[in-house]
Design a protein around this ligand. Structure first.
Ligand SMILES: *[C@@H]1O[C@H](CO)[C@@H](O)[C@H](O)[C@H]1NC(C)=O
Ligand SMILES: *[C@@H]1O[C@H](CO)[C@@H](O)[C@H](O)[C@H]1NC(C)=O
Ligand SMILES: *[C@@H]1O[C@H](CO)[C@@H](O)[C@H](O)[C@H]1NC(C)=O
Ligand SMILES: *[C@@H]1O[C@H](CO)[C@@H](O)[C@H](O)[C@H]1NC(C)=O
Ligand SMILES: *[C@@H]1O[C@H](CO)[C@@H](O)[C@H](O)[C@H]1NC(C)=O
Length: 409
């Protein structure tokens, strides 16, 4: 066994002391507020952002589609066959920063910026043109208000991370390559192993993290890439980045969707790992990550997406092959409580769930379907531990290639 009891006890002790250092003794993420809208992308040939309002009771209303002026794309499996469900093999194909949305166009190697109307969160307008990326198959995006910076990771034959500045008038500036990943991939990439998973800023927005999956059964364990970032003070809007640090935290192989754990003075990440379950990683100020908690989920099929709910003080994870949400510990990464089973009632036809976000008492999880079953967003009250709505997306023109989940608070 890689992980002994001593290890777990250490993780508990370290995190308990962090929690008690916080004013309320518990992290604050959204302070119980209900969100205003959720966003995903269709990732179809004519890619579009799906925008759906959140009603006062947390359920979803009628949505809209707005073109991103770019193209979607679909990854392939080891046999070279298209895999439209979880087409981008990623978390965060779309992200919200302030009143702007950023969405990847994996088929046209661009990223689009859209403005959200202050009066109507489903009314979106393109800002500038989609920005070209020095990379192929962009599949995950993040944006930082603090740095006015958008970063996109690519997972095709030209894989890596590119960042650029943005402003509300001109949109996204020139995207500059900040890291190269030598994955030896094809276009589109063959996954799910050996692909980029998720790019995201640290909670204080001072570091950019990107998870990259390895290849099980070989010594390729995958890695977490970490780069210190800030916009140049000289106003030339070129992202300033430090040296990249890569680490393969002990016992991890296929790091996938992640979420920042709010902690007083250390950088902690909750990260799923499709090889076994999830891990809690501690990142030092050089960007090197260490495993401090590791939770195995023996009956997982592809447990790959994560969000953290402030209301439950825990992580919620989704599996594309199992129709349930799992609640996991922010200290040990182990499953806590029974799963929220979604195989009955309105969500019964969903084969599984992909990208998800917590907002208020709810988790919004994309159930893309398998091409036969209708795509939907499962709205789960994670405090009451029950499904409150399975909002079907088929009538909007959404298919199983849909990706991403972002929330406007
Ligand atoms: C959504 O649209 C349908 C059909 O136009 C309408 O009956 C329904 O009231 C709308 N729902 C909301 C929440 O606006
Ligand atoms: C890169 O991929 C090609 C095509 O799959 C393969 O033939 C080649 O051996 C790979 N190179 C390395 C260094 O893995
Ligand atoms: C993995 O690494 C170990 C130790 O370095 C080595 O003995 C083994 O041959 C490697 N396995 C593969 C499949 O490369
Ligand atoms: C947090 O900071 C305090 C004071 O500098 C230090 O004693 C403590 O070890 C830190 N905790 C962690 C988890 O780094
Ligand atoms: C898709 O999912 C539905 C509902 O779970 C199932 O009945 C159907 O057999 C699935 N189709 C394929 C092609 O897997």
């Amino acid at each position: 066994m890689l992980f002994t009891n001593t290890h777990t006890v250490f993780a508990f002790a370290a995190l308990n002391s962090i929690a008690s250092a916080l004013p309320s003794g518990r992290p604050h993420y959204g302070a119980g507020k209900t969100g205003k809208a959720v966003y995903a992308i269709t990732n179809s040939a004519n890619n579009a952002v799906v925008a759906i309002p959140i009603m006062a009771d947390g359920t979803l209303g009628n949505g809209t589609l707005t073109a991103t002026m770019g193209e979607g794309a679909v990854s392939v499996n080891a046999m070279g066959e298209s895999v439209p469900t979880d087409a981008l093999i990623s978390q965060s194909a779309v992200t919200v920063a302030g009143h702007h949305i950023f969405a990847v166009n994996a088929g046209s190697n661009t990223v689009s910026m859209l403005a959200i109307s202050p009066k109507n969160p489903t009314q979106l307008t393109m800002v500038g043109e989609p920005a070209a990326i020095d990379g192929t198959f962009p599949n995950t995006v993040t944006a930082s208000i603090k740095n006015s910076m958008v970063c996109v990771a690519t997972s095709g034959s030209n894989a890596g991370v590119s960042c650029g500045s943005f402003n509300k008038k001109d949109g996204i500036g020139a995207m500059k390559k900040i890291s190269n990943f030598d994955l030896n991939q094809s276009d589109p990439p063959a996954g799910p192993a050996n692909t980029v998973s998720h790019t995201f800023f640290s909670a204080d927005e001072s570091m950019l993290f990107t998870t990259v999956k390895g290849v099980p059964m070989t010594n390729n364990t995958g890695f977490l890439s970490a780069v210190k970032v800030n916009m140049a003070a000289n106003g030339d809007c070129e992202p300033m980045v430090g040296k990249e640090t890569r680490s393969s935290p002990e016992g991890t192989t296929l790091l996938f969707g992640s979420a920042n754990i709010q902690s007083a003075n250390s950088t902690m990440i909750f990260s799923t790992d499709a090889a076994f379950g999830a891990a809690v990683l501690s990142v030092d100020n050089t960007g090197k990550a260490q495993t401090v908690g590791r939770g195995e989920v023996p009956d997982a099929v592809a447990l790959c997406w994560a969000t953290i709910s402030s209301e439950t003080g825990s992580a919620w994870t989704a599996d594309v092959g199992v129709n349930r949400l799992l609640e996991m510990s922010l200290t040990t990464a182990e499953v806590v409580n029974d799963p929220i089973d979604l195989t009955q009632g309105a969500s019964a036809m969903n084969p599984g769930l992909i990208d998800l976000r917590a907002a208020g008492n709810f988790v919004y999880a994309l159930a893309p379907g398998n091409g036969t079953s209708q795509p939907a967003i499962s709205v789960v009250d994670v405090v009451q531990r029950k499904l409150v709505q399975n909002a079907e997306l088929g009538a909007l023109g959404v298919r199983n290639s849909a990706m991403g989940m972002a929330v406007l608070m």
